[in-house]
Design a protein around this ligand. Structure first.
Ligand code: NAP
Length: 489
């Protein structure tokens, strides 16, 4: 595995290190110091990203030298990055994750010795495996009318396969016995449903692991009531973002929550927390989350012994009652640098009770670069949804569109407002907005709507209305690739 890493002439694995913003430099230096104390052959190439870069006038927050370094080393240890108000539009974190297709975000949490929470003694030890580049976090947003905003929730079969395989391979590597897939497939049948279906397709390839689908809201409920039942949870990007902050709260907070962003080419290791600017430079924050992220990095680098030594040293240190301010309050707290030095002094020591689990390398699957992964036997277009802006009543819009399309190959089937059918009337009492979905179906249901027919329809519609979006109503292998509105037959 190690030949995929960049080796220096001295035989060291080269890592891009980004100290980051706010408390970032303090926690990153702490992790670097501890890693160096283990003696592992690692060299650092320091690069920047985030606030200082935004303020230099680079809107992405990620300079070319950083991109070049990551392209070379393929492994990053990263502090949190802030997005200063008034600079840049996109988060530099999200940009880094997406630039290098780190599609899986692995977020483990485990009960820590002496870190008292309402769950102490319940042996929480679970991993959220969050899809990292798709979903609403693709960040494709539009203002559709002056008062209506839309974000696209994009989920691909390819993206689902990647995250599901990563979740199962992580379970294998960590000797776990159970994997859950948490989705909102009961409501979002195509997007969240795709993750559920992919999970169910792939699960039989791992017969030694118990697999179970669970609705995401129930996951949160179960997580608060009985978190110890979970081992590995695969979930989509936004659900995983929220769920993993909840799980970090269960074991004592963001100071203990590490993460790894994993892709086929590049891996980025960082704490779940942000730059906590109010604590910057105060030498009081808890570096454990970043140190445990570095432990994940060492395992990725096949440095299992050093990783185990550091994890055990943290258990030993906490068991001795050594705490930072976030755990103990001001009373008896050690500083970030004192905590770091104590962990270094405890390298090689083992707690009787708290042991690092046994890890093996995670098998990272290779995926085809072909953008097409699903090829149906047959496909056709049954109609088209045209989204228009109007302050008229549904009846006025419906009657006008019926008249405009009277001689067209398509007919107006219905109009919906925020997903509820409002034309023809159903008896629903809706508080409408000025964005309307007008569903046109082919009169000849045995044919397929052509692009030219769509263009001709748009010309008709735009005689009276502004349209801002269209969606074809596609059929794949005879199955409808679109959902019905509430109240639609
Ligand atoms: P945050 O930086 O995570 O801090 C929130 C609170 O969590 C802190 O005020 C502190 O709580 C606690 N905390 C966080 N890290 C801690 C640590 N290591 N030790 C002890 N306590 C810790 O969240 P935020 O204030 O919402 O975000 C600040 C900036 O970070 C924003 O610009 C945001 O965009 C960015 N951010 C970056 C990343 C990333 O780079 N991956 C992730 C999230 C946010 P108390 O106040 O209770 O002490």
């Amino acid at each position: 595995m190690s030949n995929k890493f960049f080796m220096t002439p001295e035989g060291k694995k080269l890592i891009t290190v980004i100290p980051g913003d706010g408390i970032g430099p303090e926690v990153v230096r702490s992790a670097q110091k501890i890693i160096e104390a283990t003696g592992v052959p690692i060299a650092w190439e320091e690069r920047d990203a985030g606030e200082t870069v935004f303020k230099r006038g680079l809107p992405s927050g990620v300079p070319p030298e950083t991109i070049e370094s990551i392209g070379k080393t393929r492994v990053v240890l990263k502090g949190p990055l802030g997005t200063p108000i008034g600079y840049g539009e996109k988060s530099a974190n999200v940009t880094l994750r997406k630039l290098f297709e780190t599609y899986g975000n692995i977020r483990p949490v485990r009960e820590m010795p002496g870190v008292v929470t309402p769950y102490t003694g319940r042996n929480i030890d679970l991993v959220v495996v969050r899809e990292n580049v798709e979903d609403l976090y693709a960040g494709i947003e539009h203002m559709q009318t002056p008062g209506v905003a839309q974000a696209l929730k994009l989920i691909s079969r390819k993206g689902c396969e990647k995250i599901v395989r990563l979740g199962f391979e992580l379970a294998v590597a960590e000797g776990r016995t159970k994997v859950h897939c948490a989705t909102k497939s009961n409501i979002l049948k195509f997007t969240e449903g795709m993750l559920k279906r992919t999970f169910e397709d792939i699960a039989p390839e791992y017969p030694q692991i118990e697999s179970q689908h669970i609705i995401i809201d129930n996951t949160c409920h179960q997580m608060v009531r009985k978190p110890e039942q979970f081992e590995v949870i695969i979930t989509s990007n936004m659900n995983g973002d929220i769920l993993s902050d909840l799980t970090s709260g269960l074991i004592g907070g963001l100071g203990f929550a590490p993460s790894a962003n994993i892709g086929s080419e590049v891996a980025i290791f960082e704490a779940v927390h942000g730059s906590a600017p109010k604590y910057a430079g105060k030498n009081t924050i808890n570096p454990t989350a970043l140190i445990l992220s570095a432990v994940q990095m060492l395992r990725h680098l096949d440095e299992f012994k050093a990783a185990e030594d550091i994890e055990n040293a943290i258990f030993y240190t906490l068991e001795q009652g050594i705490r930072t301010r976030d755990v103990s309050g001001d009373e008896g707290a050690v500083s970030t640098s004192e905590y770091t030095d104590i962990v270094i002094g405890n390298l090689g020591k083992r707690s009787e009770k708290w042991q690092a689990r046994k890890y093996a390398p995670i098998k990272i699957h290779e995926f085809s670069k072909d953008p097409i992964t699903v090829r149906p036997q047959s496909r056709s277009v049954a109609g088209v949804d045209v989204f228009v802006e109007s302050g008229q009543t549904p009846y006025e819009i419906g009657e006008a569109l019926k008249e405009l399309t009277a001689a067209s190959p398509v007919y107006l089937k219905m109009i919906s407002n925020r997903g509820t059918k409002v034309y023809t009337q159903t008896g629903a009492i809706t508080d409408n907005i000025d964005q309307w979905r007008c569903r046109f179906m082919l009169r000849d249901s045995n044919s397929s709507l052509t692009n030219d027919q769509v263009v001709a329809l748009l010309q008709l519609v735009s005689q009276k209305y502004n349209f801002m979006q269209i969606e074809k109503l596609q059929m794949f292998d005879g199955k409808e690739g679109f959902t019905k509105a509430q109240g639609e037959d």
